[in-house]
Design a protein around this ligand. Structure first.
Ligand SMILES: [Zn+2]
Length: 330
């Protein structure tokens, strides 16, 4: 017997023939996103056109037909002919560049087509998640991608923000609370950083979670600017090392720290304010040690131990894992 691998499209087709349309559409969608199956796009289009397994939507049906028609090869003439026929039937249905839908577990999502987009990108605006896709990709792919990437959204690897969310570390006590008012508000008193979110904000929606996250980043940035330069100065003083400029990077950089030797500046990513005292010290010592040895050769580690002892070497090696702890993500 031939051992043929069954594709998502085949699975969808089997379900379709058994009139199990919800399962069928799920597999057609998977086949479209993961295997770029233009057959699956055509079949999914017909499900949307007739409301089988999904809510009837002629705009989405036409979009699927058009995308499938664009990609289908000339030797697949039967499919091509059928798609042309469907497109003719749906001739009056408007063609749009953006499409909105509520995605379960994610909230409102807008899918936007863009000619030069090479891969799907998700960003957030004031009241929805926005997925940008290439204009020859169906809208349904965009909604699927939003669901895949955002349904398990967490602010720290486990949680979504909620009223009373707390993060307690050596340098920061963060609390996220529901405000009695309609705007965001934050306070910082020593290590106590409080963020109040508007009382009517729907925390089930990822764009709302992202709004809180970006404000939490701002708070951590402010706290980092107070703590880290001061600690760096204490350490260089203790070492009798020339004073360094200290810059805090707000976000975006993967590296935790960097030593710009020429400008005498050490840059530390704001997220490092979440590290334990000794780990942040180890990071700062690491960067200072680059003043002596710019690379990560054995000499570098010898210098680090010379500056701050054996323990700092162990802590430095742990920093990478430490950064993956249940901290606010960046
Ligand atoms: Zn380094």
């Amino acid at each position: 017997m031939e051992n043929k691998q069954v594709s998502f499209f085949d699975l969808g087709y089997e379900h379709y023939m058994r009139m199990e349309y919800v399962e069928a559409t799920r597999f057609f969608l998977k086949a479209s996103v993961e295997h770029l199956s233009h057959y699956a796009q055509g079949w999914l289009g017909s499900c949307y056109e007739s409301g089988l397994g999904v809510e009837k939507n002629l705009v989405i049906a036409k979009d699927l037909y058009k995308v499938a028609r664009f990609w289908i090869r000339s030797d697949q003439s039967k499919m091509k002919h059928w798609l042309d026929e469907r497109l003719q039937v749906l001739g009056k249905v408007p063609e749009v560049k953006e499409c909105r839908k509520m995605v379960s577990g994610v909230g409102p999502v807008k899918v936007l087509k863009y000619k030069d987009a090479t891969r799907a990108v998700i960003r957030f605006n004031k009241n929805e998640a926005v997925v940008t896709i290439n204009h020859q990709t169906p809208f349904t792919d965009g909604f699927y991608i939003a669901e895949q990437r955002l349904a398990n959204w967490t602010c720290d690897g486990v949680n979504r923000f909620y009223d009373g969310y707390t993060l307690e570390t050596d340098y920061v006590n963060l609390k996220v609370l529901k405000s009695t008012g309609d705007t965001f508000r934050s306070t910082m008193d020593g290590k106590d950083c409080m963020l109040y979110f508007p009382r009517n904000l729907n925390l089930d929606h990822i764009y709302a979670q992202e709004q809180i996250l970006s404000r939490v980043h701002e708070l951590l940035f402010e706290r980092a600017k107070v703590v880290i330069p001061k600690r760096l100065k204490e350490i260089t003083d203790q070492l009798g090392h020339p004073e360094k400029e200290c810059k805090i990077a707000k976000k975006g950089k993967r590296v935790m720290g960097r030593n710009y030797i020429k400008s005498n500046t050490i840059e530390i990513n704001a997220r490092c304010i979440q590290l334990p005292v000794e780990s942040l010290d180890a990071l700062l010592i690491h960067e200072i040690a680059h003043d002596f040895v710019p690379n990560h050769s054995p000499d570098f580690y010898i210098k680090m131990k010379e500056l701050w002892g054996e323990e700092v070497y162990q802590l430095d090696r742990k920093l990478f894992q430490e950064d993956k702890w249940l901290y606010i993500r960046y």
